[in-house]
Design a protein. Structure first.
Length: 105
């Protein structure tokens, strides 16, 4: 394409490049990347007469997300055991403040 000073690159996007979905973090991240990559690439190759387009096909009925083609992890991660920082108890109604907090920020 560069040698001929012409060409057209087509990259296919997905709704996952515009909106995030729970349980699809990696998929959505790669689709966001396609958008950024395409926009940056278009600026880099424009002087060579090469165009870059992002194709947005819309919703297409496929078996892509049926149980035979995708397996999601457990959507209810277990919370790590976090211990509260030590606090200084007071006789007033003020909330307890962790000992290691600065007096002012």
């Amino acid at each position: 394409m560069r040698r001929h000073l012409s060409g057209h690159i087509l990259n296919v996007r997905s709704i996952g490049g515009s909106v995030g979905f729970a349980g699809s973090t990696v998929y959505c991240a790669t689709k966001y990347a396609v958008e950024g990559f395409s926009e940056s690439l278009a600026l880099e190759v424009a002087d060579f007469g090469i165009n870059v387009s992002i194709v947005a096909p819309g919703f297409v009925r496929t078996d892509f997300l049926d149980s035979s083609s995708v397996r999601y992890g457990d959507k209810t991660p277990k919370s790590p055991q976090i211990s509260a920082p030590p606090t200084t108890a007071t006789a007033t109604n003020k909330p307890a403040i962790p000992r290691n907090w600065p007096a002012r920020l």
